[in-house]
Each structure stands twice: as C-alpha cells, then as structure tokens.
Design a binder for this molecule. Structure first.
Ligand code: SF4
Ligand code: SF4
Length: 478
C-alpha cells in the first residue's frame, strides 16, 4: 500500500528499542479530559479506591465510558482554572489480574465486549471512519473492517515493533477478539512493515491461518499512521468496499490493552511511551503507570540543575503533531505514547544559510545531511527565520497525503472565503500537520484549516437549526 506525499524527517534522539519499567510514583495525576470528552468524577474527595475501580464517567451517544483507576489509592479532586483532574495518592502498587470478568473470544457477545471495553477504558482507543472520532457505543452500523496499525512514523512515537516484541501474546489475544465487533465476513486489516522484517514475519506466521486477517506492508512515511489515510488506502486496495462501508482503526498498543482487558480481566492501567528527541539525554521507551508525572520520564541530566542537555520544551505526542505539556504538572494519560523533548531556543547560528548543514534536515534537499544521511541535531524551538508570506514553493502540495493544495486553501482562508475553501476540499484534510512542518514560510496551515473546518461545522449546524425551527413554525401554523 502506498500513500501520496508524506515525509519523515530524520531527527536525532531516537528512543532505544528496549523498554524500561519505571517504578510507580507516590502520586498519580489524571486528567478528566480524554478524546474530546469531559469525564465527570464518580468518586468523592478523600475516597479510597482499589486498582481498576471506576473513577469518572462520560456519556457517548447513549453509552457510558469509564476511567479505571491505574492503582489502589486515595483520591483528591483538583480544580484548576475551571478544569477538573484527580490526584491519586498510591497506597498499593499491585495490579489485580482478573479484577474484571475474563472472556474467551468464541464465547463473548458483541454487547458484552463493548461493555467490558467501555468499563476498562479501552473503547476510546478505537477510531471510526463514520464519525472521524471514537465510535458510538451503541453504534448499529458495524464496521466492515478493523485496521490494526503497527506502524507509527512520527518522530518519536512508541514504535510498533517494540510493542509487538514486548507484548506478543496479548496482541495476538486481542486480535482474536476483534471479529466480534465486525459485520459478518468483516476483516481485520493488519498494517506492518515489509514482510522480510523478523517481527512482521512472526505476525504473518502466527495469524496467517485466520480467514478474516489481511496483511498490508506500508512505507515508513509519515502520516501513514493516520486512520483516515489508512482507511482510504484500504478502500482503494479492495474493490469489495463500498463508499459507505464503515472502517474502524486501533493501534497496536490499543489491541494489546484490549487483549489484556478481555483475556486477563485487566483495565487500561499502563502505557509504553517513547521519551526522545534531541533534548533528551538518554532517549528510550518506558513502561509507566497512567498518571506518572512527566518529570519521571526525564533522565537525571534533563532535570533542573542536572547539567548537560539544554532545557527542553516537552511535546505530548510526536514532533509534528505534539502539543506542549507543562514539565512540572504534566503526566502520562490514557492515550499517550510519546513525549518529545525539543531543545529550547539556542543562540541563532551566524550566517547559517552559508553552512552546508551536516546537522540539519529539511524537506528540500538543501542541506548536506541529505547526502550523508545524518540526523538533524540542530532542531530547537527557535523557528528558522521569521514568518513570511507564502512564497508559492509548492512543498506543502507535494507532501500533502490528502492530495490537497494547502497554499490555495490558505489563500482562500486568508481572504475569508470559507465557501471556496470548502469547495477546494478543506474537509478532506486529515489534520496531519505535515504542511505546517515543512512550510519554509512557517505558516500555521494545519491550525488555520482546523479552525476553518470548525467554523464551517458551526455554520452548517446553525443553518440546520434555523431550517428545523422554520419547519416547526410552519407545522404549528397549519
Ligand atoms: S509550503 Fe508554505 S510557502 Fe510553500 S507553497 Fe505551501 S504555504 Fe506557500
Ligand atoms: S492540508 Fe491537511 S492533510 Fe494536507 S498536509 Fe496539511 S494538515 Fe496534512
């Protein structure tokens, strides 16, 4: 399977493949915002909870999603700037295998499976092509395929191969449960690297006998992990898919959690995160309990007063789509798999445009590192040059995986012409942020497109509301 455009910058600070287990900290910090939903606490201040007890709930199209406690602890409710969160003072580090009911793939019903995944905190790890978000718990249009994505290319998300090697049995167990969520004769589409890769080969050997399983090898090119890109590519590769067939997606760490939940009765309680980037003194994969403070992900050298590496901005997520996280109050949450340490702005390089760029990479082949293959060690929070107007270089267009022309969308939006932007395909943007990353003029294209789409959505809602109130009035007047 191929994608249009795409780009993976070569950056220094790639996390090592081994996974280090971090000890459980004394206090876990949990956000009550997850996947665009606000959870309401169902525990009281000072209440003692056991590992796996439900802490908070959110409703999703008629169903209820729960947040399980990652440890036995005493709960403190925190309100900060109108946002609620929980602090858990850990009383017992143990996990309780079989805390929830255990199942066998052949015996569980779809209804039971949905309930167990909603209770165990796993359901929000699914994505649906119908909504572009978490599928509804009461969804009646079942998916024709579920994509299991083992390839994460954004620098530096927890690598699929690392997760596969570490949790092979749980992942295979998880995959065996997935057909319960499908329509009859639906398929599981597994996204892997080339077949000759030893981990991929293991998967082909172990699952090749399953009639419902299909394998796809993909290039290691960002944003191949984007579920919209993957679902479009799968539709194209198989003519039996109709336009309105629903496809769901989940990544390999999600399937691992699903296997642990259904086969072993465990809630979602830990994550493997990649702590990397040029600002991390010892980039690695870490297995941490959910709620672990971000400070625990730093190496000694990264801590204030620790010495060597420069102070870093910490991004939750990878380099391209990551959002800054507070290095003091931030913590690993239920969906996290990456924390990128970006060195804070250093002094500006003198006559940098005259340098060959052995330590820099760019989408344009303008630096020597394109020949030497050396990773970028010079990247920092400092933008390379000031923001400039669009110079019509066309780089955004060649990289866009959705085959859009971002510079044209940008021009329409600059002159506030939402209609024209919509006609030019604004809604097809998959929000990958690649255009923003590579734009030499540093234009925040993705942010602009996201805001414009939201504005269009609100306008459509207003029009629909006005039309329905008009038709109600007409009915009343008859
Ligand atoms: S990459 Fe930036 S400068 Fe180049 S065409 Fe696109 S918007 Fe314009
Ligand atoms: S226009 Fe959208 S899909 Fe295309 S590169 Fe930009 S963010 Fe990605």
């Amino acid at each position: 399977m191929k994608i249009h455009g795409g780009y993976t910058p070569k950056i220094s600070g790639k996390p090592k493949s081994n996974v280090e287990e971090l000890p459980l900290p004394g206090v876990l910090q949990l956000s009550l915002e997850r996947g665009g939903l606000s959870y309401k606490p169902i525990v009281k201040n000072g209440q003692k909870v056991e590992f796996g007890d439900s802490l908070a709930e959110a409703s999703l199209n008629g169903g209820t999603l729960l947040l399980p406690s990652p440890a036995s602890a005493k709960v403190t409710l925190i309100q900060n700037n109108g946002k609620k969160s929980l602090a858990l003072e850990v009383s017992d580090a143990g996990i309780i295998i079989g805390k929830y009911e255990k199942f066998q793939p052949q015996r569980i019903t779809a209804e039971k499976m949905r309930q167990a995944l909603a209770k165990g905190g796993i359901w929000p790890l699914f994505w649906s092509s119908r909504t572009g978000e978490i599928p509804a718990l009461t969804e009646t249009r079942l998916p024709k395929a579920i994509i299991v994505n083992c390839i994460l290319t954004e620098p530096f998300r927890a690598r699929g191969k690392v997760i596969l090697r570490r949790s092979w049995n749980r992942i295979v167990a998880g995959i065996r449960f997935l057909p319960r969520l499908l329509v009859d004769y639906g398929t599981i589409q597994i996204i892997l690297t080339a077949r000759h890769d030893p981990v991929a080969r293991m998967m082909y050997v172990d699952l090749a006998g399953h009639a419902l399983v299909r394998f796809h090898s993909v290039p290691l090119l960002y944003p191949i992990e984007n579920p919209r890109i993957l679902s479009q590519a799968i539709r194209k590769s198989d003519s039996s898919f109709k336009k309105d067939d629903v496809i769901w997606a989940i990544d390999v760490q999600g399937v691992e959690a699903l296997g642990a939940c259904l086969a072993e009765g465990l809630p979602l309680y830990q994550r493997v995160v990649a702590a990397g980037g040029p600002g991390h003194s010892s980039p690695k994969h870490l297995c941490v309990r959910i709620g672990t403070p971000v400070t625990a992900l730093m190496s000694e050298d990264n801590k204030p007063g620790g010495g060597k590496p420069p102070e870093s901005l910490i991004l939750r997520g990878g380099l391209i789509r990551g959002e800054p996280v507070d290095s003091v109050t931030g913590a690993v949450q239920y969906d996290d798999d990456a924390f990128f340490f970006l060195p804070s702005a250093a002094e500006r390089q003198f006559i940098s445009f005259m340098r060959p760029g052995f330590d820099r990479t760019s989408y344009l082949p303008c630096f020597a590192s394109r020949i030497t293959g050396a990773p970028d060690r010079h990247i920092s929070t400092m933008q390379r040059g000031e923001k400039r107007p669009c110079i019509a270089c066309g780089l955004c267009e060649s990289a866009c995986p959705a085959r859009l022309i971002p510079q044209v969308l940008h021009r329409y939006l600059y002159r506030e012409s939402l209609d024209e932007a919509e006609k030019a395909g604004l809604n097809l943007c998959v929000n990958c942020g690649l255009c923003t990353y590579i734009c030499p003029s540093k234009i925040e294209l993705q942010k602009q497109f996201l805001e414009a789409r939201e504005q269009i959505r609100l306008e459509h809602e207003e029009i629909a509301a006005a039309a329905s109130s008009k038709s109600e009035k007409n009915e009343n007047s008859i």
